[in-house]
Design a protein. Structure first.
Length: 272
């Protein structure tokens, strides 16, 4: 559709409106906040206590000494918050696309890629707020990264959140009904989370199964966790940053194509 004549104020109004709507939805759904916070805290308080002496953590970057198991899994649990937030946002996208506000926005003169970007950014901002609350609460478990790490981790959270949210948007372009979403998530969230370095060092996985180690290395969630892990301690991992950036471009481009009314999945669904 034609959108070349839209002033910059129109683009910004769309962005602020979608971000404000996502923030208000999150504030009004208090159960959503507590569930997002309780999920990683259960892993931190119960799982970490049970496996502290089973899963040893050697000295490996970015750590310069031996660390508690709780310290090791916090970056992975922060990635879990972003992962679930990205998928929840995609779930709302399925609803909004059918009967909600996005049904109207998708027919506006603004390009689809901008609408998807606004939706993605809004979800990422909400997810980052949840991560920071989790990091503050994690200090009660003696997880105390350097104070500068709370600032240096912000770009990593934005990039990782955008990548995971783009994956969720891509999945939402394939899903016709909300009832199908839960099944798809079970084949995405849990494999991505468990086949990663979120809960155990990859050298442990390599000792147990070399094929599984390759799968974990190729998992984009692994790279997102490592990007967060290094950034939380004021360091930069170029490999994970490049991998997450490439995954963002691939997932984001595929999602834009999927929502294209002439070439994507929406067009095929309408033809069917």
């Amino acid at each position: 559709m034609q959108h070349t004549g839209i002033p910059a104020a129109g683009w910004l109004r769309c962005l602020s409106g979608i971000v404000r709507r996502e923030a208000l939805r999150f504030i009004h759904q208090r159960g959503r906040f507590f569930s997002a916070l309780v999920r990683p805290l259960v892993w931190l308080a119960i799982f970490a206590a049970g496996f502290r002496f089973v899963l040893g953590v050697s000295i490996s970057p970015p750590y310069e000494t031996y660390v508690l198991y709780e310290v090791y899994i916090v970056p992975g649990l922060a990635g879990m918050v972003l992962l679930f937030q990205g998928m929840q946002s995609s779930l709302s996208m399925v609803y909004d696309r059918e009967v909600g506000s996005m049904r109207v926005l998708l027919t506006s003169p603004l390009p689809r890629w901008w609408l998807l970007f606004c939706k993605l950014l809004a979800a990422v901002l909400v997810g980052i707020a949840q991560v920071y609350v989790f990091l503050i609460v994690a200090r009660f478990w003696e997880v105390e990264p350097p104070l500068i790490g709370y600032l240096t981790v912000l770009p990593a959270l934005v990039l990782a959140g955008m990548m995971l949210g783009a994956l969720g948007l891509l999945l939402s372009s394939w899903i016709k009904q909300l009832e199908n979403f839960a099944g798809v998530m079970n084949f995405v969230i849990f494999p991505m989370f468990f086949a990663s370095s979120a809960l155990y060092p990859l050298w442990r996985v390599q000792e147990a199964s070399l094929p599984l180690w390759y799968i974990c290395q190729a998992n984009p969630f692994t790279q997102a966790v490592e990007l967060i892990r290094f950034a939380l301690y004021g360091k930069f991992d170029p490999v994970s940053c490049a991998a997450v950036t490439v995954a963002l471009l691939v997932f984001g481009g595929a999602a834009v194509l999927g929502y294209d009314p002439q070439r994507g999945m929406l067009a095929r669904r309408a033809a069917a």
